[in-house]
Design a protein around this ligand. Structure first.
Ligand code: ACO
Length: 390
């Protein structure tokens, strides 16, 4: 009785919009995407301008508060981040036990953020003031949790955050123990700027569903992290990098891609549900990857990706399939010496800002999410006692 034609399923109760594709869930003034022209705006500002002129802290302020900060607002915001970066010792203990037992960092992120709510007496407070404090705390601690996982899982001691380093530099410092060079810091910083928000993908929707029940912000962020963890959402940059490693050399790129496409397989880091042209974030990050590759003295993966890109533009662009941000970002993470399992946590490190901004925005025009499902099973089935069942 149920027939499916693309995104609409005809059911006995009426049409079902499969995956809520193109269904509007609210009005927003946080971010907007033009998927045809390849433009992304945060609070009305083009991502290209923010990438060129702003760092993570400034962009995070913009996304959370709706305006670019003045110098004094920015320094106050940066200080708040700095003073919130450290974790309670109990949370370090939780991370250590889980990391030593090889629990994936995304799961540890969920657990640590969840447990942190228990250390915040205002965790369930949905006043604006409390929510902004929590959004800043969550933004501040995610890099600390991820770096602590990296250290503990390798039997290394944790490195506490430094007050005088930027958000991006602090992350690399807590991971590797030395103050990073400028281009490495920029690689993380730009990645974070480009991932702060992207309208309402699955993880941001999950955050909305959770906050719509008036749960605490920590729990709503856990919902976002949980949804981001899936390979259809947060995991493609790792897959793209593994592809380049498999290709091995620029001259092998074309035959590899042509064979893969002939076999009907998908090229990782290519295609997007919304962008039907080159992903604007990918365009921006490509330049950074070239600069980073030059500075690190390893052009191999950039050159492989460039060769793959040529085939994509030739063979897939006519089907509106172009490189997305993951096409390039995995190379930067790889060159920074960051293991694969941390790629998606670093995505979360940035997107926590967008999740928080959306949760706060949604509470202004709040309505509990409670959709319906079309039941197609039987009704009033005769109950059979256990001994009489066949
Ligand atoms: N390589 C080759 N062909 C592709 C690719 C790809 N990466 N992506 C889509 N196609 C083809 C499909 O096979 C399909 O072809 P057909 O019409 O001949 O059957 C057509 O393009 C449409 O594909 P859909 O799956 O309907 O497109 P959708 O919008 O649902 O998919 C998605 C978007 C999931 C991102 C897809 O392009 C994909 O799997 N890409 C690879 C994974 C990836 O890079 N994900 C990262 C997204 S960006 C991000 O999350 C930050």
């Amino acid at each position: 009785e149920i027939s499916t034609s693309g995104k609409v399923i005809e059911s006995p109760c009426g049409p079902i919009i499969h995956g809520l594709e193109d269904v509007l869930i609210k009005v927003t003034s946080i971010s907007d995407i033009d998927g045809r022209k390849g433009i992304l705006w945060y609070r009305g500002y083009r991502i290209d301008d923010l990438a060129k002129y702003s760092n993570f802290e400034e962009t995070a302020y913009l996304v959370l508060y709706g305006k670019l900060p003045t110098r004094s607002e920015l320094s106050e915001f940066s200080e708040k981040l700095a003073s919130n970066r450290d974790l309670p010792e109990e949370i370090y203990s939780i991370i250590r036990v889980l990391a030593e037992n090889k629990v994936h960092p995304m799961l540890v992120l969920e657990s640590a953020v969840s447990a942190l709510a228990g250390f915040d007496p205002k965790a369930g407070d949905l006043s604006k003031e409390a929510l902004y404090d929590q959004a800043i705390r969550l933004t501040a601690v995610l890099p600390t949790i991820i770096a602590a996982h990296y250290r503990f899982s390798r039997g290394l001691g944790v490195i506490k955050p430094k007050k005088d380093l930027s958000h991006a530099a602090n992350f690399l410092y807590m991971m590797f123990g030395s103050t990073p060079d400028e281009v490495s810091t920029r690689a993380i910083d730009l990645y974070l700027v480009l991932h702060i928000d992207h309208e309402v993908p699955a993880s941001t929707f999950a955050t909305h569903v959770a906050i719509s029940t008036w749960t605490d912000l920590y729990s709503a962020i856990v919902a976002g992290i949980a949804a981001l963890k899936g390979p259809l959402h947060g995991g493609a940059n790792e897959a793209a990098m593994k592809q380049y490693l498999e290709i091995g050399s620029p001259s092998n790129a074309r035959p590899y891609v042509e064979k893969l496409l002939a076999e009907g397989k998908r090229l990782m880091g290519v295609g997007h549900r919304v962008y039907k042209t080159y992903d604007p974030r990918a365009r921006i990050y490509k330049d950074l990857v070239r600069e980073l590759s030059e500075k690190k003295g390893n052009m191999t993966y950039y050159q492989i990706a460039e060769e793959v890109e040529k085939v994509v533009l030739e063979k897939l662009a006519p089907k509106n399939l172009y490189p997305n941000i993951d096409f390039w970002s995995g190379i930067a993470m790889y060159l920074l010496g960051i293991p694969y399992e941390y790629y998606t946590p670093i995505f979360a490190m940035s997107r926590v800002v967008g999740w928080s901004a959306h949760a706060i925005e949604y509470l202004n025009e709040h309505r509990l999410f409670r959709p319906r499902a079309c039941y197609i099973g039987p009704h009033d089935v005769q109950y059979v006692p256990i001994d009489q069942r066949k």
